[in-house]
Structures are given as C-alpha cells and as structure tokens.
Design a protein around this ligand. Structure first.
Ligand code: ADP
Length: 331
C-alpha cells in the first residue's frame, strides 16, 4: 500500500503535464493560425484596394504605393502584437509550470514524511513495549533488567526528540514559537549534547575544537541553539559509518561566531546542497533509504539560524565528507 501511495502522485504528474503541454501547444497553434488568417485578410483588403484604383488617375503610383504600404504596416502590426502575446503566454506558462511542479514535489515530500514519521514513531513504541512486557512476564536478574530499562529509556528519548522536532516545526510555521534572547556561551552547551549523543551512539566520538580565550557567546535562545548543534552532530553521526571522523569547531570572526560540523562521510552532491534544507527533504528515494529520519532536522536548523539572523550552508570536506557551516552575528 505504501508503495502504491508513493507512486500515485507521479502518475498524476504525468497526466497533468501531458494536458498542460497539449493546452500550451493548442494556444500557440491558435496564435499562429490567427496570424495567418489576419495576414490573408490584409492581402485581400490590399488586393481590393489595388483593384479599385484606376491606372489613368494622375496619382495612381502614389495610391498604389500607399496600398502596398498599408499591407506592410498591417503585417508589422500583427507580428508585433503576436510576439507580445506569445511572450506573455510563455512567461505565464513558465510560472504555472514552476508553481505546479513545486506543489507536486512538496506533496510528495509530505507523503514521504508521513511514511517516515509513522515508521519512526512505531519502532520506539514497539521496542519499549517489548521491553516492558519482558520485564513483566519474566523474573530477570538485576543486570538484565537494567539493560532492558536503559534501552527503553533510549527509545523514549528518541521518541521525545522526534516529537520535539515535529512540534517545533509546526510552531515555527504558525509563528507561535517565542524565542528567548539571552547570552549563550557556546562551549558550555557541548557536554550535555555529548552526553545525550553518547547514549544513542555509544561507539561514536566527536572532536571539539575552540579557543578558550575567545568570547564565544551569542545572543539567542539556549534551547534552539542546542537543537541546532545536536541536529548537525546527529546527522554527521547518522550519515557516516563508524570509521568516519566528526569534528565540531567554533571560533570568533570579527562581528560573528563561526561554527562548523565536519565529517568524513559520503558528503552531499552539489545539486542537493540547497535542497537538503527544505522541509521534509531527504536525499535518495524512499526505498533505498536505510537511515531513520523525517527530513525536518536541517529545515529546523535553517529556521533557527534565520531566527538568529545568521547563515547556514554546506560545503565539501577534504578529501571527502561534508562540512556544515553556521555564522551567527555577535550582536
Ligand atoms: P533527516 O536526517 O531526518 O533525513 P535532515 O533534514 O536532517 O533530515 O537531513 C536531510 C538529508 O540531508 C538527509 O536525509 C541526508 O540525506 C542528508 N544529510 C544530512 N546531513 C548529512 C551528512 N552529514 N552527510 C551526508 N548526508 C547528510
């Protein structure tokens, strides 16, 4: 069923694209036909005018030239009007096509998002339930109980992160999210983020680089800045294999603070570099995506950075991988 739901918009897109081109070609053909018809009419009118002339008239040559000139002017007028009309039709057609294509793409991403969210919500719920049932039914020794309880806590943490991201995205959309404005010391928020990531990815480490002597405070909302950094680190861990190195760096540059999260994973192809910040956008097709996600992480990062009047973008890491860069103004 999921597969069918995923394909459906593509079929619809094909049909609508077909009708769109037929309609556009019809309009252009009608325009050409209209030009030919008017041209013929001008020919007939000119021929009539010339046939009414008397070659014995003293100003016959002048009248003849005038009749021929009339024909030329008419053709120029039809050509001019036709060209403007054609241009307007083409500009309109481009606008309609773009708006329509964006709409379909968004609908498709939304559908992918619903599928991903359903999966993301169901997995931790099922895992937690299984752990709790096992604890209820069996008499386990303390060590085993601890493992099951810890794993249930991890799953609920994941669920909590996911619902926070979804709620935050919808609140930001509705303009309801109130941002605090306080001085946040960037290095001081790292240990807590590190602790949370350690729970989720016990085998992964990341390196942190910053100058202790530099003033790395930014004015913004503490929680939002934590979400920003932890989403970037979470992605760097999630989309790279265990051997990949991850580095978080921050430093001061004149009037702003620069932050980067670099990994040595597969990187982001040039044509995806802007798209990954769109809402619900995930790279590749839903079928070959093995990683968990909703396509909200980087969208939220961009929204948060916008709220801080900063910039976020991604570059290639050398020799491979991605570097997400953020600049936040100091004041
Ligand atoms: P999600 O992780 O939930 O899919 P994001 O908005 O965080 O959503 O990321 C969007 C897409 O960008 C991901 O699906 C992934 O394909 C790609 N991506 C993000 N970070 C990285 C990274 N560090 N390396 C490679 N690909 C990445």
């Amino acid at each position: 069923l999921a597969e069918r739901r995923y394909i459906a918009p593509k079929k619809k897109l094909l049909w609508i694209t077909f009708f769109y081109w037929v309609l556009l070609l019809y309009i252009i053909a009608a325009l050409v036909w209209w030009f030919i018809a008017l041209n013929k009419q001008a020919d007939i009118m000119t021929a009539l005018r010339i046939s009414q002339l008397d070659s014995n008239m003293p100003d016959y040559d002048k009248q003849l030239a005038e009749a021929q000139d009339f024909k030329k002017r008419k053709v120029a007028q039809y050509l001019g009007e036709g060209a403007i009309f054609l241009l307007l039709i083409l500009v309109g057609a481009v606008f309609v096509f773009r708006a329509f294509r964006n709409q379909i793409r968004f609908a498709q991403q939304q559908q992918n998002f619903m599928m991903a969210v359903t999966h993301e919500l169901k997995t931790p719920i099922a895992a937690t339930r299984l752990n709790l049932e096992t604890l209820k039914k069996r008499k386990l020794d303390e060590e085993k109980q601890k493992i099951l309880i810890n794993s249930a806590i991890q799953e609920t943490d994941r669920l909590n992160d996911l619902t926070n991201n979804i709620l935050l995205a919808s609140r930001m959309e509705g303009g309801k999210q109130q941002f605090q404005s306080e001085w946040v010391d960037m290095p001081s928020i790292i240990p807590e983020i590190e602790r949370q990531l350690k729970v989720r990815y016990p085998n992964r480490n990341f390196e942190v680089a910053f100058e202790t002597s530099q003033d790395l405070k930014v004015k913004g909302d503490d929680l939002m800045i934590r979400i920003l950094i932890s989403n970037l680190l979470d992605n760097a861990i999630k989309y790279t294999d265990e051997t990949a190195k991850i580095k978080l760096g921050m430093h001061r540059e004149n009037t702003f603070i620069s932050i980067y999260v670099a990994d040595t994973g597969p990187g982001i192809p040039a044509e995806e570099k802007d798209k990954i910040f769109e809402k619900f956008y995930r790279m590749g097709s839903e079928k070959n995506r093995t990683t968990k996600g909703t396509g909200l992480g980087l969208y939220l990062c961009r929204k948060i950075v916008d709220g801080l009047r900063g910039k976020i973008w991604v570059e290639d890491n050398f020799p491979n991988g991605a570097v997400f860069k953020v600049q936040i103004p100091k004041t």
